[in-house]
Design a protein around this ligand. Structure first.
Ligand code: ATP
Length: 239
């Protein structure tokens, strides 16, 4: 198991945002956490990135306990995140943003670095066309692509994607999910947090439903897509 989360509890003051959740992410797979607003999806990803303190429980990555490790050390180990709401550096160009994603690497300006940059541009040709454009002047969809591309520039083994489809037009949503499948096919393990349950379940090997900070249902993506209560609550009756 690449990532093992055991009995994780996270609070904001007295609010228990995450209550005793446990799940694993097998190397090479796509795992998704679906849930409504406020279910705790973003908090879970932030905690895995090291941005939120754990109240109880453990997180292991590649067999090592990383529960209390600072964020940059997690990036060095191979975990990187594309945050909710894009989070690009608006005054910097596309290329500069991508370079920021690679700041932990010691092979910048080498062939390996260039190969990863080319990989990002292959996945997102739009970014190549706009490499000298300021990130802040790009459309929401383009900034979302940039945030994912930036996360990939850290050369992660596990990429954490927080609602990559948020606010995008339907056509672009399809495109983003296809790219997530492609990123996984190229060997990167993906933990995907989504409100777009239909798309997320289609792409995921394993899925968990988060409700008010607890995992209430788990299965393969196909199993949960066929589950009556999941259909009623998250899929509007169809997939
Ligand atoms: P959304 O899809 O709306 O982003 P989410 O599933 O990602 O929702 P979280 O953002 O993780 O949910 O929030 C989980 C709970 O923690 C919510 O009840 C939220 O109000 C609370 N919460 C989140 N951030 C804070 C904060 N900085 N201070 C206090 N409470 C917070």
């Amino acid at each position: 198991m690449l990532l093992e989360v055991e009995g994780l509890c996270v609070n904001y003051g007295h609010i228990e945002a995450i209550r005793d959740i446990s799940f694993g992410v097998e190397e090479g797979t796509v795992v998704t956490l679906i849930g409504a607003n406020g279910a705790g999806k973003t908090t879970t990803l932030k905690t895995l990135s090291g941005l939120r303190k754990v109240r109880a429980g453990t997180v292991k990555f590649d067999g090592k306990d990383i529960t209390h490790l600072p964020p940059f050390e997690r990036v060095l180990m191979g975990i990187s995140q594309s945050p909710e709401g894009r989070g690009c550096f608006p005054g910097m160009t596309v290329l500069e943003n991508l370079d920021m994603g690679a700041y932990v690497r010691n092979d910048r300006k080498t062939a390996a670095y260039q190969a990863d940059l080319d990989r990002v541009f292959d996945l997102f040709p739009r970014l190549k066309e706009r490499e000298k454009q300021a990130a802040g002047s790009m459309s929401g969809g383009e900034q979302q692509m940039l945030a994912i591309g930036r996360a990939l520039m850290a050369k992660p083994r596990l990429v954490l994607l927080d609602e990559p489809s948020m606010g995008l037009a339907p056509k672009l949503i399809q495109q983003i999910f296809s790219i997530i499948t492609e990123i996984n096919a190229q060997g990167t393990t993906v933990l995907l947090v989504e409100q777009n349950a239909a798309q997320a379940l289609k792409r995921a090997h394993t899925a968990h439903v988060l409700e008010t900070g607890e995992i209430v249902r788990s299965g393969t993506g196909a199993e949960l897509a066929g589950d009556d209560s999941v259909k009623a609550a998250y899929l509007g009756g169809d997939v």
